[in-house]
Write a protein that binds this ligand. Structure first.
Ligand code: NDP
Ligand code: 8X3
Length: 258
């Protein structure tokens, strides 16, 4: 397979394609020959991507994964050549705040749950029957290292990503006997708009997260996802955790205050 053809014949739905991992993956899929439905709320970003790539293989659609109506309207509104989705890149998501649980905003918590959990589940439920019917497909779910490693202020964000990980594994349990693959991708620190969103647009605070660190880029993560998709059809990567070399684990915190 050449670089231009690895994804030829595939139809991919990418959520959160206006930035970060989703945009990088949409670019890789188009470059690999797939037809791509790039979605997100910021339609100006989607238009900019379409204007830049200028290919009939890229279709853009406004999609808010927190809105059931938005999700319900998506699939029936697709043109014939884009309906048989066989790659679902379930990536739209966010962290909001880094406050302690007893001080955090309940609105932020529900927004994260609505987006990272309920939105992902709704999209999956909409797309999966077609994959099973056609007996082919890849679901790539964006979880996080935060699914497995708790950290202060990670409270609901980490819990949503633990859901994504476990949901992915449970999907595989249900899909045994089909050729539909499911992978939970679990990245650590990657320099995208993630921290800018987490810190409500505070650019300095967001930049400080990545200061002095060779963090992963959005395209690094997309490269790993492309590698998963390119594996022979009989291999399912259940979970895949990745970090920059300059990130690792800490000992347990201990309160020695008596
Ligand atoms: P970005 O903030 O750069 O991108 C997030 C994307 O999600 C945007 O395209 C945004 O689009 C979309 N999105 C957010 N809310 C909604 C919504 N309600 N409906 C539709 N789309 C939405 O962050 P990343 O690329 O870094 O994050 C992508 C995923 O990877 C997230 O799930 C994140 O939790 C996860 N992740 C990120 C890591 C990191 O360090 N960067 C590490 C591990 C996991 P728009 O606003 O236009 O709707
Ligand atoms: C994003 C990575 O460590 O900021 O999921 O939670 S982390």
């Amino acid at each position: 397979m050449t670089e231009q053809t690895w994804a030829r014949g595939r139809i991919a739905l990418v959520t959160g394609a206006t930035s970060g991992f989703g945009e990088a993956m949409a670019r890789r899929l188009v470059a690999g020959g797939a037809k791509v439905i790039a979605t997100g709320r910021r339609v100006d970003r989607l238009q900019a991507l379409a204007d830049e790539l200028r290919t009939p293989d890229l279709l853009t659609r406004e999609l808010d994964v927190r809105s059931p109506d938005s999700i319900d309207a998506l699939l029936p509104g697709l043109p014939a050549g884009f309906q048989a989705i066989d790659v679902l890149y379930n990536n739209a998501g966010l962290a909001l705040g880094l406050g302690k649980a007893h001080e955090a905003s309940l609105d932020d918590w529900t927004t994260m749950i609505d987006t990272n959990v309920t939105g992902l589940v709704r999209i999956t439920r909409a797309v999966l029957p077609g994959m099973v019917e056609r007996n082919c497909g890849d679901v790539i779910n964006l979880s996080s290292v935060a699914a497995s490693y708790p950290y202060p202020g990670g409270n609901v964000y980490g819990a949503t990503k633990a859901f994504v990980r476990q949901f992915s594994l449970n999907l595989r349990a249900d899909l045994l006997g089909t050729k539909v693959r499911v992978t939970s991708i679990e990245p650590g620190m990657a320099d995208t708009e993630f921290s800018l969103v987490r810190f409500a647009g505070d650019r300095e605070r967001a930049d400080n997260v990545y200061k002095g660190v060779h963090a992963m880029s959005a395209d690094d993560v997309a490269l790993v996802c492309e590698s998963v998709l390119r594996l022979p059809a009989h291999i399912n990567v259940n979970t895949l955790e990745l970090m920059p070399v300059q990130q690792a684990f800490s000992p347990f915190a201990v309160d020695r205050g008596g």
